[in-house]
Ligand binder design. Structure first.
Ligand SMILES: Cc1ncc(COP(=O)(O)O)c(C=O)c1O
Length: 367
């Protein structure tokens, strides 16, 4: 057997005809950027999450950058975030000239630990960027309370969690702004790069819409502020519109797969992801924790099962962030997670026989 970490070819088959028809129409009409499909996508996602402002952009990293720009994060500011996430969560902060102030994670779900946030706040703290890692919503009630108490903005990095909910609310509605990625391997993955910023605040929504197109005001070539070029192509937007109708079903299937793994692997010396309810985890990744992680990965690879390590180096130990002065040992839980985490394939197109083969192979490793 050969089981990839994700199978985009199979997924594409289910939407192929629809997407190709729309691409032909876009090419005939030659309205190639920020056209009707971008507007439709913004309306669909804004409505789905429950926010009035949804601004499509070029990728998830830009969505974070636009969020920080809208909040006026700049030189000398500090933004609290997790060291255990994809690089862009923190690099976007550093690109603004601000300092990413890391706070360790909860050992169980590997999301930022709210109990450690307050002691990291200084007079320079302007925002907290939370990441709903692997599709699991952070403890937003506690985090929003801290934000409100200290007058600090909240940014949700929801690159991995579109559709995940907490207390009947979609992630993306908790913070001042939220950033989505439509990178092809995401739960809602495009046919190229793509991203979106969400906000419940009209002041930020309007500002981000301008920042996306060089800070241009309503009058062409009049620039109110210095923005960036982060527009979304129509071809990419149309593919996302077509795929969007499948998102809920795909997320539910990921959850079903995760439940199946949890049931079948529970007797092994593995820390399994906790499933609290039906909605707070959409399993962008199904990540287990194992002491002999590297040996298990090699064993599975030899059996034709490809797994992923998200993430091998916590961000406080990245070479490019050395000037921030962090050292090994600063965030023990993130460092432990980097040594023990392993993502098993969980994508919705996995066949039963493939899941059973993965389960059998993991069991064989421990027998
Ligand atoms: C947590 C997180 N933040 C930000 C990003 C950046 O998104 P993109 O790759 O679309 O720029 C990603 C995706 O790779 C991510 O997983």
């Amino acid at each position: 057997m050969n089981i990839p970490p994700i199978n985009l070819k199979v997924q594409f088959k289910s939407v192929r005809r629809d997407i190709l028809r729309s691409i032909r129409e876009i090419l005939d009409e030659q309205k190639l950027i920020l056209g009707k499909y971008c507007t439709t996508l913004e309306e669909m996602i804004g409505c789905y999450v429950g926010v009035p402002h949804a601004i499509a952009c070029a990728n998830g990293t830009d969505a974070l950058i636009l969020s920080l720009m809208a909040l006026d994060i700049r030189d000398g500011d500090e933004v609290i975030t997790t060291p255990y996430t994809f690089f862009a969560t923190a690099s976007s902060i550093a690109l603004m000239g601000a300092k990413p102030v890391f706070v360790d994670i909860e050992p169980e779900d590997m999301n930022i630990n709210p109990a450690l946030i307050e002691r990291a706040i200084t007079p320079r703290t302007k925002a907290i960027t939370v990441v709903h890692l692997f599709g699991k919503v952070c403890q937003m009630e506690k985090i929003c309370d801290i934000g409100q108490k200290h007058g600090i903005s909240i940014i949700e990095d929801m690159a991995q969690s579109l559709g995940a909910m907490k207390d009947d609310k979609m992630c993306g509605v908790f913070g001042d702004v939220a950033a989505i990625s439509f990178y092809p391997t995401k739960n809602l993955g495009g046919i190229g790069e793509g991203g979106m910023v969400l906000s419940k605040r009209s002041d930020l929504g309007g500002k981000i819409r301008k920042l996306r197109v060089h800070g241009m005001a309503d009058i062409p070539y009049h620039h109110e502020m210095i923005g960036i070029n982060s527009r979304l192509d129509e071809i990419k937007a149309c593919a996302l519109v077509k795929k969007f109708s499948h998102l809920q079903k795909w997320n539910m299937t990921r959850l079903k797969n995760a439940r199946y793994y949890n049931r079948m692997l529970q007797s092994l010396p593995i820390l399994l992801p906790r499933i609290e309810d039906e909605s707070s985890h959409i399993f962008h990744q199904y990540v287990i924790r194992v002491e002999e992680r590297d040996k298990l990965q090699t064993f599975l690879k030899e059996k034709g099962i490809q797994t992923g390590i998200y993430y091998p180096v916590p961000l406080h130990l990245q070479e490019c962030f050395a000037h921030f002065g962090y050292a090994r040992g600063d965030f023990p839980e993130a460092e432990k997670a980097a040594l023990t985490s392993l993502a098993l394939p969980v994508y919705p197109e996995l066949k039963k026989v493939e899941k059973d083969y993965i389960i059998r192979s993991v069991r064989e490793f421990f027998s």
